[in-house]
Design a protein. Structure first.
Length: 280
């Protein structure tokens, strides 16, 4: 109840309550969603800028609730983390996307270099069974370890002493590690040189600044140079315009992802996308 508009704190109080109610509703709904198959994985291609050929797909979760409608992952992933459900959800995405990518690898001759890129929450890395679970999925689906990329945010890698040994073990098996949203976290560049990673993903906020000016290119260029010096690969995310794609290419970034090439799509649609992107 908003008794008085002049009491700002009251309005704040109400919205806090609304927030909690919504979170509780979504948590309950999420428990049901897991049992009723409302969660779907969609796939966004990562393409080579030179050829537009897909080299990987990123698996992204979608949730369509019968009453609440479509709930974005930016809302339900944090709730899943708080409710202790992220490990279960994360493993479901991993299993489904590894199986799907392995199917494409065996069915589509062009996709020899193909990888599955899967988001992993910081909490998953702390799960004692995580390493064994990932190995289990690889064994079960037949996807070679070096065809799997785990996308982990910078803060998850840097903040936790737990994360580094886990990532080192995964990399020893051949699994690749990408730092997601690079540049948006708080890690020092000094720490980065010691992190067990293979790929830096340039956050789309920096890609959005690419406007043809050198000032606009400053951060993207710095990230690409840093990657090169450290022997890492760079992937640009959120590429929406041809200007951005051209500029990234000139700066030395060879792989990108974004609406310019394709939006995330259901598995059935990807086959047609892959066929259309073949160089004749
Ligand atoms: P993210 O990992 O940074 O994923 C990229 C997001 O950017 C996706 O949003 C994607 O749809 C969107 N995107 C791709 N290209 C463009 C573009 O050209 N322009 C714009 N404006 N956006 C673009 P989405 O699918 O809504 O996912 C949001 C976030 O939710 C992800 O950010 C990731 O942090 C999280 N997420 C999604 N699926 C999973 C999952 O299975 N597990 C975990 N732990 N997190 C997930
Ligand atoms: Ca990601
Ligand atoms: Ca990202
Ligand atoms: Ca992002």
């Amino acid at each position: 109840s908003k008794r008085s508009g002049s009491h700002g704190w009251r309005l704040h109080d109400d919205s806090m309550t609304d927030r909690r109610t919504r979170d509780a509703t979504v948590t309950d709904a999420l428990l049901q969603a897991l049992d009723t198959d409302q969660l779907r994985v969609v796939y966004q291609p990562l393409v080579v800028l030179d050829t537009h050929r897909p080299v990987a797909v990123e698996a992204l979760l979608r949730w369509q609730h019968p009453q609440l409608g479509s709930i974005p992952p930016t809302e339900f992933i944090p709730i899943a983390e708080n409710a202790g459900l992220i490990h279960r959800i994360g493993m479901t995405v991993l299993r489904e996307s590894c199986a799907q990518v392995q199917r494409w690898r065996t069915e589509i001759p062009d996709l020899r270099q193909f990888h599955a890129s899967v988001n992993v929450s910081a909490l998953q890395l702390r799960e004692p069974t995580f390493l064994a679970d990932v190995e289990g999925v690889l064994a079960e689906t037949g996807l070679p370890a070096d065809r799997l990329v785990l996308e982990i945010t910078e803060s998850a890698i840097v903040d936790e002493d737990v994360a580094v040994p886990v990532l080192e073990e995964l990399r020893a098996k051949g699994v690749k590690v990408a730092v997601d949203d690079f540049g948006t976290g708080y890690s020092s560049l000094h720490k980065l040189t010691r992190l067990p990673v293979d790929v830096l993903k340039i956050d789309r906020s920096f890609v959005a600044e690419l406007d043809g000016t050198s000032r606009g290119a400053a951060v993207a260029e710095a990230v690409i140079r840093l990657s090169q010096v450290l022997g890492l690969r760079t992937v640009a995310e959120g590429v929406e315009t041809a200007v951005q794609a051209t500029e990234l290419q000139m700066l030395g970034c060879s792989v990108a992802q974004g609406y310019l090439f394709a939006k995330p799509m259901p598995a059935e649609e990807f086959t047609a996308f892959a066929a259309a992107s073949r160089v004749v």
